[in-house]
Design a protein around this ligand. Structure first.
Ligand code: PLP
Length: 366
């Protein structure tokens, strides 16, 4: 069986370095809010090309605490509208609703899967305060256009960069286009910890400080609390692991691009629509997502031939039980995508032979 993602295989390549990093943390006797976390924050900020990075407990918290910080800073209030792509992972939407803000769903561009700037323009009302693009599958949303719209209307931009570590546009990386960005280091992401982890990047020092305080019980000083905060911190063990993984992220991305290149060159089955984007070298291929009107039978066929695939995502947020009040919303492009998308195996550990094999099997499908 070719698995969708072999995390054991990916991390085995860094086994010695990871053991050394973890051992150092164990022996240090310091496990929360220490050197490893602040060093990782500096290194990741540099990597993204921003001034500040704040480590938090996971990607959802990175997004939710940023919105909460804007509320504490008086830039947002309950009921404000946040423009967001309808085809995203549920965490993007939870970050909004957990803050008593209102998501306004916008359809994606059919080819890039990312939020469509012209649809964003149509969705702006007097209550709109934030544009919340998601760099879906590892490809940056149309950030120059979105940033221009935001600047014209005085809106904040929060990037959901959970799938796009290192993705760029005109040489400028994800995490540096918005007023802030949230990253996830969930093990399966391109920069994955060996547990949960997340971070916010920003050039806004006041925002970074507020997020740091909120994520530590709302406490700026031991036993003094400015806000009703959270406990959401990037622990020393995960930070040390991430410092190792960050050194190798460009290799990980290059290997993913090699696999993507094979899929693009080899898959010729007319039942399959290959993904498209502006510049190949800017995409980090967290996921390689094809479309097919015969998606379910293609997925079965691949499974019968020893290839595991996944669907990102089978049910859009507005059709979830958790959000019953939106079930009658009509978002045809989003709903159609959810019926047609299929994610092929991709990683630094897949191997080019396996990528060729997956392509051959797809070409045999009728
Ligand atoms: C993974 C992911 C998140 C959430 O990250 P966690 O670390 O799992 O909380 C948010 N948004 C998107 C688009 C994601 O893929």
């Amino acid at each position: 069986m070719i698995p969708f993602l072999d995390l054991k295989g990916i991390n085995a390549a860094y086994r010695e370095e990871l053991i050394a990093a973890v051992t150092q943390v164990i022996d240090s006797g310091w496990y929360i809010n220490g050197n490893e976390c602040s060093l990782f924050e500096k290194e990741f900020a540099t990597y993204c090309g921003v001034k500040f990075c704040v480590g938090v407990g996971n990607g959802l918290d990175a997004l939710a605490i940023t919105l909460r910080a804007w509320k504490e800073l008086g830039m947002l209030k309950d009921g404000d509208e946040v423009i967001v792509p309808a085809n995203t992972y549920i965490a993007t939407i939870l970050a909004i609703t957990n803050n008593c803000l209102v998501p306004v769903f916008v359809e994606p561009d059919k080819e890039s899967f990312n939020i469509s700037p012209s649809q964003v323009l149509n969705a702006i009302t007097s209550k709109t305060k934030v544009i919340f693009p998601v760099h879906l599958y590892g490809c940056l949303a149309e950030m120059p256009e979105l940033r221009a719209i935001a600047d014209e209307y005085g809106l904040l931009v929060l990037e959901d960069a959970a799938q796009a570590h290192g993705a760029s546009f005109y040489g400028q990386r994800s995490g540096s286009w918005g007023h802030a960005a949230g990253f996830s280091f969930y093990p399966g992401k391109n920069l994955g910890a060996l547990g949960d982890g997340g971070a916010v990047t920003t050039n806004d020092e006041e925002l970074a400080n507020t997020i740091r305080i909120l994520a530590n019980y709302g406490s700026h000083k031991k036993y003094e609390n400015l806000f009703q905060g959270f406990n959401s911190r990037l622990d020393e063990m995960q930070a040390a692991i991430l410092r190792v993984k960050l050194k190798h992220i460009e290799f990980e991305i290059q290997e993913r691009r090699k696999v993507a290149r094979i899929y693009l060159d080899k898959i010729v089955n007319p039942c399959v629509i290959l993904p498209k984007w502006n510049v190949f070298e800017q995409h980090v291929f967290h996921l390689f997502v094809i479309k097919s009107a015969k998606r379910n039978s293609l997925q079965n066929f691949l499974l019968q031939n020893g290839v595991q695939t996944l669907i990102h995502y089978p049910v859009p947020p507005h059709k979830q039980q958790a959000y019953l009040n939106w079930s009658s919303l009509a978002l045809p492009i989003t709903e159609c995508l959810h019926k047609q998308v299929l994610s092929l195996p991709i990683s630094s550990f897949l191997g080019l032979k396996n990528a060729n094999r997956v392509s051959d099997i797809i070409n045999e499908f009728k």
